[in-house]
Unconditional design. Structure first.
Length: 195
């Protein structure tokens, strides 16, 4: 097996094994490993991969692993990275299913205390990449209103407006229209300068 494939597997195995709280809690760890340590992608590429991974069905961490693995080593890299992310969780769930019943987990005070201690750390792991990536995404005081309004509308629990899928579609459509608008302005400037 190629050295880079082994590295992909180890990095995503570590991410899968030591992250609690699901995909959002994994984002800062994934970014630290693939952007800061390994330099496999730039911060801007990471944000693009994150946007794609969120928009497609499936588990965020696995989608990110597939996207990074595919960028680094094609299909083989995608499969190896996905396996690295999935195997630790699968093994832990299998172990729990075989050896622990739900009643044993509920009545075990030590396990409950461990999970109570993990919860605040998971919240921090979810919030940290939001602030860190806001700078890379060039979210400033002019554009900060968009995520705040979207978050408030989702939180409002109004039937159609609180559906995140609506905002994903509107965001994609808005980005496409903005890009077309910017492109037409560039073409107009060129035409004016050529006259």
């Amino acid at each position: 097996m190629n050295n880079i494939l082994i590295q992909l597997f180890i990095v995503f195995f570590k991410i899968g094994a030591f992250t609690f709280g699901g995909g959002w809690a994994m984002i800062s760890i994934i970014e630290k490993e693939i952007v800061d340590k390994k330099h496999w992608v730039t911060k801007e590429e990471f944000l693009d991969l994150l946007a794609v991974a969120q928009s497609i069905p499936g588990i965020l961490a696995v989608n990110m692993a597939v996207a990074v693995g595919d960028k680094i080593r094609g299909r083989r890299g995608a499969v190896i990275s996905a396996l690295g992310t999935i195997i630790p969780s699968f093994a832990m769930i299998l172990f729990i299913a075989i050896f622990l019943t739900p009643d044993m987990i509920k009545s075990n005070e030590t396990l409950n205390n461990i999970f109570r201690g993990i919860r605040p750390a998971v919240v921090a792991l979810i919030i940290a990449p939001v602030f860190k990536n806001a700078k890379v995404a060039k979210i400033g005081w002019k554009t900060v209103a968009i995520p705040i309004v979207v978050a408030l509308l989702i939180w409002s629990k109004l039937p159609i407006i609180s559906n995140p899928i609506v905002f994903i579609i509107l965001g994609g459509l808005g980005g496409y229209l903005w890009l077309r608008h910017q492109h037409s302005r560039i073409i107009q400037r060129k035409e004016v300068s050529e006259q």
